[in-house]
Design a protein. Structure first.
Length: 378
């Protein structure tokens, strides 16, 4: 098959900045498709300059932003749509896919079938966080979704919630996110006892403020426990302050002494930090189907996560770890202490977490589901 993807970001070798979940997802899927004898083209929109690179068998087009003061939303889309259609014809692309985030593909018409994959729209995340969505974003996202020939979601929760929020009549297929198990090998020799880890952006919606409150309770019961928060700081959406500064204000004096803040590090180093931690904390309020959870489970970690929506499709409370309502920070703290103190029971949970990823969310199985989905257009 000959496939293409539209994305706002893609980790090419020369790029030095941070790449988010959509860029990582697109790279992993594209390279796996190439290994399965598919031809893949990737279009990265709104770039500072134009370029084409071949990386691991994937043809990556960096398409420059076409900015005209006051109407960039129109000129950039029109330029990108024309550029992509030329390559669709040249490369004989059979299906093209894009994420729904901010509705970049609104009003675009492609010369092949067009898929939108739901990773979570701005409208979706605003709803989960109980905050207003920008009318412009909601409008463009709905137009993009209406323009898709088919829609696929990375979880049933994001599919159902998106259908409800946008009042869509289209059926939405579900293909869960997955990971390459071979890249995530447990290493229990490196574990630092009584170490807790959060990894990801330091932002309110990920439950980091609740981690701080829970850690205040934990440190009162056991002063040898440590907490590491690994990730890029973010300006808080409510207070407009640094989220790291908010955390430092929330943490008690004892808790702050046992807390380490580490800025974003290369991806391979993130895996090392996960391996070294005894427990991973991921109490997010807003996700679609988080890769961070898949990675921690594959590395056989003891975990406490949130119990919201998508969580029930991935975690099994009391079997693969514990799921909690992050707002209930006392219950959150209690579950962490159980993981720390009941080592035999909770080690079985960690093994069950990895087994669940191996059996249900391995990339090998997922890639065949994706290929079958794309072939449904032919």
């Amino acid at each position: 098959m000959n496939l293409a993807f539209i994305t706002p970001e893609y980790p090419i070798a020369s790029f030095k900045g941070n790449i988010g979940g959509i860029g990582t997802f697109t790279k992993n899927l594209a390279e796996q498709l190439v290994k399965n004898q598919c031809k893949v083209t990737v279009f990265v929109h709104s770039q500072p300059k134009e370029n084409v690179v071949i990386q691991n068998g994937v043809e990556v087009h960096l398409v420059k932003k076409n900015a005209v003061k006051g109407i960039t939303w129109f000129t950039n889309r029109r330029y990108f749509n024309k550029y992509v259609n030329q390559i669709i014809l040249k490369n004989k692309i059979e299906v093209i896919e894009a994420p729904e985030w901010t509705g970049f593909t609104a009003f675009m018409k492609f010369k092949c079938p067009f898929v939108i994959r739901l990773h979570g729209s701005d409208t979706y995340f605003c709803d989960l966080e109980n905050r207003p969505v920008k009318p412009k974003n909601r409008f463009f996202e709905k137009r993009a979704l209406l323009g898709a020939d088919k829609i696929v979601g990375v979880s049933k929760f994001v599919a159902d919630k998106t259908q409800e929020l946008f009042k869509l009549k289209k059926e939405i297929e579900v293909i869960h996110n997955a990971i390459d198990i071979s890249l995530f090998v447990p290493n229990h020799q490196q574990i630092k006892p009584k170490s807790l880890l959060y990894f990801g952006t330091i932002i309110r919606k990920k439950g980091v403020l609740e981690i701080a409150k829970a850690f205040n309770s934990i440190i009162e019961k056991d002063q040898t426990v440590t907490l590491t928060l690994l990730g890029r700081d973010n300006k808080d959406v409510i207070t407009k302050q640094s989220t790291v500064n908010l955390l430092k204000e929330l943490l008690s004096e004892k808790a702050l002494q046992n807390t380490l803040f580490i800025n974003a590090v290369p991806y391979k180093d993130v895996i090392t930090y996960i391996q070294q931690s005894e427990i991973v904390l991921l109490p997010s309020f807003a996700e679609a189907f988080p890769m961070t959870w898949l990675e921690a489970m594959a590395l056989e970690k003891k975990m406490v996560t949130s119990n919201i929506g998508w969580a029930k499709e991935l975690m099994i409370d009391g079997v693969t770890g514990y799921t909690v309502n992050p707002i209930n920070t006392e219950d959150f703290a209690t579950k962490v202490l159980v993981l720390l103190n009941e080592t035999e029971k909770t080690s079985i949970m960690a093994k069950a977490a990895r087994n669940r990823i191996v059996n249900e969310f391995d990339m090998e199985k997922s890639i065949q589901q994706n290929i079958k989905f794309y072939k449904s257009f032919l």
